[in-house]
Design a protein around this ligand. Structure first.
Ligand code: ADP
Ligand code: ASP
Ligand code: MG
Length: 411
């Protein structure tokens, strides 16, 4: 069972979580619980690090931001004990959840679940685990898994203890066809394939961290997204409550062409004007960006009209925009271009569906519908089961709503 920030936002909410856990324990299940920090806590901790020094040591950043989860794991253990449930808290370093040393975005390498399982068997003890954090074995230092990382902790623990299921309790009762906060008519899906969920998550749907979906897919963990706001006592622990199961494609009977729409405003666009059109130029541009660890996403290059120069446009994460512009300015002599143009007010809207593999013309419908709304498309990328459009950020909501009805997801 994993509970996100809003589900553990204060002691009252934590008591509600404890009742959910007790329900499962009373039904005879062995339970490991993963908790996030209280809502807003991690943002506050991140803010303090920036305030202390804008360019700070990533190892110390992890020490600070991992503390939010230490508080909630202890509080939940205390609350469970007060309800008569045997429980103890575990920090990432205690289990240990061992990770790489990429501080701030570490990857889980290994979790030894033996001790947790032994305690289930010997004393029916509930394990309350701090999400988001781990330890790098070589250096002995605390690490964190990147924002939203408690989802990944939960799926990884589920795999390590061979859980029957990993329930992600959050502030929505499942995965919707798009963010229900933006499109109130979005519908909850009963099931979604791992691959589609992977695309949805990586293209902006914050409901699950991308890495948690990857882990679920690799280790075949059944991940179930559900609401923590349901009254614990109203739920039949042996039945299936409302929610969304992330599962293998074969388990889904009724397959639609488009299953969901995701969007991200954390994008920036860079255009390089009148760049020389000759072999080696793309390497001269994208090489230095890669060395600077900047992820380039959408790339559009024109065929030059004069045979000499052309324009090249691409996107980078908004947070890396300034850095990318500097890298390109520094390599200007080597690349050879007239000027750089950039825009931070762009958004990427993506349409996802396994059915696109076997249906043509899905994207063309979107181009037409957006044109009718006067929305200009700046760049397009496509792959087997999705396409993404770069537009002006101000039109994001309109574009998402337009596409949502276009593909029949309102119904
Ligand atoms: P938690 O704190 O429980 O981890 P998050 O805020 O990380 O919760 O994720 C839940 C939020 O994800 C929802 O409140 C919702 O606004 C957002 N969201 C974005 N896209 C979707 C989607 N397709 N389906 C459901 N929720 C979505
Ligand atoms: N507390 C962390 C964050 O806000 C991890 C999580 O909530 O999943 O990113
Ligand atoms: Mg989250």
């Amino acid at each position: 069972m994993k509970f996100g920030g809003t589900s553990v936002a204060d002691v009252d909410r934590i008591r509600n979580v404890a009742r959910h856990v007790k329900r499962e324990v009373d039904a005879g299940h062995d339970v490991a619980v993963v908790v996030s920090a209280m809502a807003g806590k991690t943002n506050e901790l991140v803010g303090w690090c920036r305030e202390a020094s804008p360019l700070h040591d990533a190892r110390e950043y992890d020490v600070v931001v991992a503390s939010g989860e230490q508080v909630t794991s202890g509080l939940l253990a205390i609350t469970l004990q007060s309800l008569g449930v045997t429980a103890r808290s575990w920090q990432g370093w205690q289990i240990p959840i061992s990770t790489s040393n990429a501080h701030g975005a570490a990857r889980i390498l290994d979790i030894d679940g033996a001790e947790l399982v032994r305690r289930f068997e010997e004393r029916k003890e509930v394990a309350v685990i701090s999400g988001f954090q781990g330890i790098c074995r070589e250096t002995g230092r605390i690490t964190t898994l990147g924002r939203g990382g408690s989802d990944t902790s939960a799926v990884a623990v589920a795999a390590a203890i061979r859980a029957d299921r990993c329930d992600i309790y959050t502030d929505v009762d499942g995965v919707y066809t798009t963010d229900p906060r933006v499109v109130p008519r979005a519908r909850r899906m009963d099931k979604i394939a791992f691959e589609e969920m992977l695309e949805l998550a990586s293209l902006g749907a914050k409901v699950l961290q991308v890495r948690s979906v990857e882990l679920g897919m690799v280790h075949n963990v059944r991940v179930f997204v559900r609401s923590s706001f349901d009254k614990p006592e109203d739920i039949d622990p042996h039945g299936m409550p409302p929610g969304t199961l992330i599962c293998n494609e074969e388990e889904i009977v009724e397959q639609q062409v488009v299953t969901g729409i995701a969007f991200s405003k954390d994008e920036a666009q860079i255009s390089i004007r009148r760049v020389q059109d000759k072999p080696g130029v793309a390497a001269a541009i994208f090489g230095p960006l890669a060395e600077a660890n900047i992820n380039v996403d959408m790339i559009v290059q024109n065929v030059s009209g004069d045979g000499a120069t052309t324009d090249l446009t691409f996107t980078v994460p908004a947070a890396d925009y300034e850095r990318a512009a500097k890298v390109l300015a520094d390599s200007r002599a080597r690349i050879g271009y007239e000027r750089l143009d950039g825009a931070n007010d762009v958004a990427k809207v993506s349409v996802i569906g396994i059915g696109m593999r076997s249906h043509a013309g899905v994207a063309a419908q979107a181009f037409k519908a957006l044109a009718e709304r006067g929305i200009n498309i700046r760049a397009i990328t496509t792959s087997e089961i999705k396409f993404s459009l770069l537009i002006e950020a101000a039109y994001t909501e309109l574009a998402v709503r337009t596409l949502h009805s276009l593909y029949g997801l309102d119904k």
